[in-house]
Design a protein around this ligand. Structure first.
Ligand SMILES: Cc1ncc(COP(=O)(O)O)c(C=O)c1O
Length: 385
C-alpha cells in the first residue's frame, strides 16, 4: 500500500495536543507537589505561568483564567458594553458572539476578507457608529490580522477598545511583535485543540494595570482585599494550579511547535503547488503565522463537502473549515436575530470552499505526505487532475 492509497485508512488527526514523554514525567512530579501543597488555585504555578506568559508575549500583565471566553467577558465587562455595540467578524467562533451577548452588548457582525480569512477591515470600520464600544479582531487560523495597525489607529482616534482574540495565534508575530501585545487587551484560549493547551484555560494580556487588577478580582468572584470583601460582580473564572503547571510546560515548547507547524505547512505548499483547483493563501513577509490551522480553498466548481467527506472516509484524513457555517448562519443566532443566507456573501462563498488539511505540533512529515497524496488522489477522482 502506498501513500494516498484509498484503502490506507489509518487516520491522520486534524489536531492533537503534544506532550513529550519527558514533559509527562516532569508534570507528574509537579502535579504531585501541587496536590501535596494543598494550594489548588492562585498559587505559585499560576503566578509563574502568568509571569512567563507575559514575558513570552511582551505584555505588561497576564491574568490566567478558566477559558478564553472568560477572558473576553472580563474585558467586555471592564469596558461596560451594556447596551452598546461590539463589532466582530462573522468568520469566528460563535462563543465570542455569545460572550458579547452575555455581557449585555449588541454584536455587530462584519464581513470577512477572502484572502486572509480575517475580518474585512473596510467593512469593520464602516460599521462603527456612535453606539460602538469596541472591536474584536480575531487572528483566524494563526494569522495576525495584517491590518491590525490600521484598526488600532481607528480605535484610538474614535475612543474604542480593540480586543485581540489570539486563541489561534500563540507565538504569532507581526513586525517582530507578538500577538497579545498589539492592542488594549489580548485573550488566549488553551482549549485542547489549541497550539498551547492546559486542557481548558485562558489568559488575558494587557498593558493596562487597571484592567489587570480588575481581571484578578472578577475572575475570583469580585474579591477586594479578602474573600469576605466582594467589590465587583465576578464569577469563578480562576485557573487551577494543575492547569497552570501544564501551561508552563507547554509554553516552553510553543516557539518550537510553531516552527514545526511552519515547516509542515511549507511541505504542504510544495506538495500542493500549481494545482488549478486549490488556492493556498500567501502569508505576508512581516508576519510569523502560527498555523493553528492551514486553510486552503477549493475551486468554486468543486463539491467541497463531497471532497472533504471522501478525503476523510476513504483516506482517513481528518479535515475541517474555520468557521463553516459562519456565525450569522449558526442556528442560535439565526433564531435570535433573524439572520439568513446572503447577509455576508463573501464569507458564505469563501467558507463553503474551505479545506483545512491536518496540522498540529506533532504531525510527522510522512503524515503530511500522506495527506498531500490523498488530497491529490481525491482530486483525481473528482476529475480535477
Ligand atoms: C477564535 C476563538 N475565540 C474564542 C474561543 C473560546 O475559547 P475557550 O474555549 O477557551 O473559551 C475559541 C475556541 O475554542 C476560539 O477558537
Amino acid at each position: 500500500m502506498s501513500v494516498g492509497d484509498k484503502n490506507n485508512t489509518e487516520r491522520v488527526a486534524a489536531a492533537k495536543p503534544l506532550f513529550s514523554p519527558g514533559d509527562i514525567e516532569r508534570l507528574k512530579e509537579t502535579f504531585g507537589e501541587v496536590l501535596e501543597s494543598g494550594r489548588l488555585i492562585l498559587g505559585e504555578q499560576t503566578q509563574g505561568f502568568e509571569e512567563e506568559f507575559k514575558t513570552f508575549v511582551g505584555a505588561e500583565h497576564a491574568v490566567a483564567v478558566s477559558s478564553c471566553t472568560a477572558a473576553i467577558q472580563i474585558a467586555l465587562r471592564y469596558h461596560n458594553i451594556q447596551g452598546r455595540e461590539v463589532i466582530l467578524p462573522t468568520n469566528n467562533f460563535v462563543g465570542v458572539v455569545s460572550a458579547v451577548i452575555a455581557e449585555g452588548g449588541q454584536p455587530v457582525l462584519a464581513e470577512m476578507d477572502p484572502n486572509t480569512f480575517c475580518g474585512d477591515t473596510d467593512d469593520i470600520i464602516a460599521r462603527i457608529t456612535d453606539r460602538t464600544a469596541g472591536i474584536i479582531v480575531v487572528h483566524i487560523a494563526g494569522l495576525i490580522s495584517p491590518d491590525i495597525k490600521r484598526l488600532r489607529q481607528v480605535c484610538d482616534e474614535r475612543g474604542l477598545f480593540l480586543l485581540e482574540d489570539a486563541s489561534h495565534a500563540h507565538g504569532a508575530k507581526i513586525d517582530g511583535q507578538r500577538s497579545g501585545a498589539l492592542t488594549d487587551v489580548g485573550c488566549f484560549s488553551f482549549y485542547p485543540t489549541k497550539i498551547l493547551t492546559t486542557c481548558v484555560g485562558g489568559m488575558l494580556t494587557t498593558r493596562n494595570p487597571e484592567l489587570a487588577a480588575y481581571a484578578r478580582s472578577v475572575r475570583h468572584h469580585g474579591v477586594g482585599g479578602s474573600l469576605e470583601d466582594i467589590v465587583l460582580l465576578g464569577n469563578n473564572w480562576c485557573m487551577s494550579e494543575l492547569h497552570a503547571a501544564l501551561g508552563r510546560s507547554q509554553l516552553q515548547q510553543t516557539d518550537a511547535n510553531v516552527d514545526h507547524r511552519n515547516r509542515m505547512v511549507a511541505r504542504y505548499r510544495q506538495g500542493l503547488q500549481d494545482k488549478a483547483w486549490l488556492t493556498i493563501p500567501v502569508c505576508p513577509d512581516n508576519i510569523r503565522h502560527a498555523y493553528y490551522k492551514f486553510p486552503t480553498l477549493l475551486a468554486p466548481e468543486v463539491d467541497c463537502l463531497g471532497f472533504r467527506r471522501m478525503l476523510f472516509e476513504d483516506y482517513g484524513i481528518e479535515n475541517g473549515a474555520i468557521y463553516n457555517p459562519p456565525c450569522h448562519l449558526q442556528p442560535v443566532l439565526r433564531q435570535k436575530y433573524g439572520f439568513s443566507e446572503g447577509l455576508f456573501p463573501v464569507a458564505e462563498a469563501t467558507l463553503s470552499r474551505q479545506l483545512c488539511p491536518p496540522i498540529h505540533s506533532g504531525i510527522t512529515e510522512s503524515e503530511v505526505d500522506r495527506s498531500i497524496a490523498s488530497i491529490i488522489a481525491v482530486a483525481r477522482r473528482f476529475g480535477l487532475e
